[in-house]
Design a protein around this ligand. Structure first.
Ligand SMILES: [Zn+2]
Length: 210
C-alpha cells in the first residue's frame, strides 16, 4: 500500500475562489453551488466538495494539457468533473471506476502523467458534522445539513490530499473498431463479439418485456 503521508503536490493558487474550470475561470462558493443545483438537481455535499477537488487537480496539470479523468466513485463526484471540465461519460474522456473511494485523477491523455486528489479522512477532525456525514456515523435525518455545508465551506481544500500518478494510456490503434453486426433475435445492431446474439438477447438484458 502506498502511503498518502507525503503529499508530493504542493497546494497553491487562489484561496478566494471555491474552484475553477478547465479554462481557468474561477467560481465562488455561491456560484458553484448554483451550478451544482442546476446540473445535479440540488447542491449535494459531495458535489460541492468535488468542485474544490476538481479545482485543486486542475491547478496541478500543465497549462494546455489535454487530459482524461478517472472518477473512483459514481456518486456526486462525476458531476463535478462534468460541470468544470470537458470530460464526460458521453465523450469517454471520463471513466467512472467505482472503487467507492472519494477520489479522482486527471492525467495527460498522451503521457498518462497526472494528479490524483482524494478526500483525506484523517483531516476531518476539526469538522465533526462533515466527519459524521462522510463516515455515515449519524442517520441522515439526524444530520445538521446547514452545519455540514458550513463545515465543507470552512474546510475547503484543507481536507484534501493530492499526489502524482501515472495512468497507463493506450498506445497506437492496436484494435481497430469492432464490426457492427445485426442481432438475429432482436434485429438491432451490436458490436461483434464471441456470441451470435447481442448481449441483451444473450441473457444480459436489464428489462423484461411483455
Ligand atoms: Zn438482440
Amino acid at each position: 500500500m502506498k502511503s498518502h503521508d507525503e503529499n508530493d503536490v504542493a497546494s497553491g493558487g487562489s484561496q478566494q475562489a471555491w474552484c475553477r474550470d478547465y479554462k481557468g475561470r474561477e467560481y465562488s462558493y455561491e456560484e458553484f453551488l448554483k451550478m451544482a443545483e442546476e446540473f445535479h438537481g440540488f447542491g449535494a455535499p459531495g458535489l460541492v466538495i468535488g468542485g474544490a477537488m476538481v479545482g485543486l487537480a486542475l491547478r496541478h496539470l500543465p497549462e494546455g494539457c489535454i487530459f482524461n479523468a478517472v472518477c473512483e466513485t459514481g456518486k456526486c463526484l462525476p458531476d463535478a468533473i462534468q460541470i468544470l471540465t470537458l470530460c464526460s461519460t458521453g465523450n469517454e474522456w471520463m471513466k467512472v471506476s467505482d472503487y467507492g473511494r472519494f477520489a479522482l485523477s486527471f492525467y495527460d491523455k498522451y503521457t498518462g502523467e497526472g494528479v490524483r486528489v482524494f478526500l483525506d479522512s484523517s483531516k476531518l477532525g476539526d469538522y465533526p458534522e462533515l466527519k459524521n456525514w462522510f463516515f455515515r456515523l449519524v442517520p441522515k435525518k439526524e444530520q445538521n445539513f446547514q452545519l455540514l455545508m458550513k463545515n465543507i465551506r470552512d474546510a475547503h481544500e484543507s481536507i484534501l490530499g493530492a499526489h502524482r500518478v501515472t495512468v497507463p494510456v493506450k498506445s497506437g490503434h492496436k484494435d481497430g473498431p469492432k464490426k457492427i453486426l445485426t442481432c438475429p433475435e432482436c434485429g438491432e445492431a451490436y458490436p461483434e463479439s464471441d456470441s451470435d446474439l447481442c448481449a441483451a438477447c444473450g441473457g444480459e438484458s436489464y428489462y423484461s418485456q411483455e
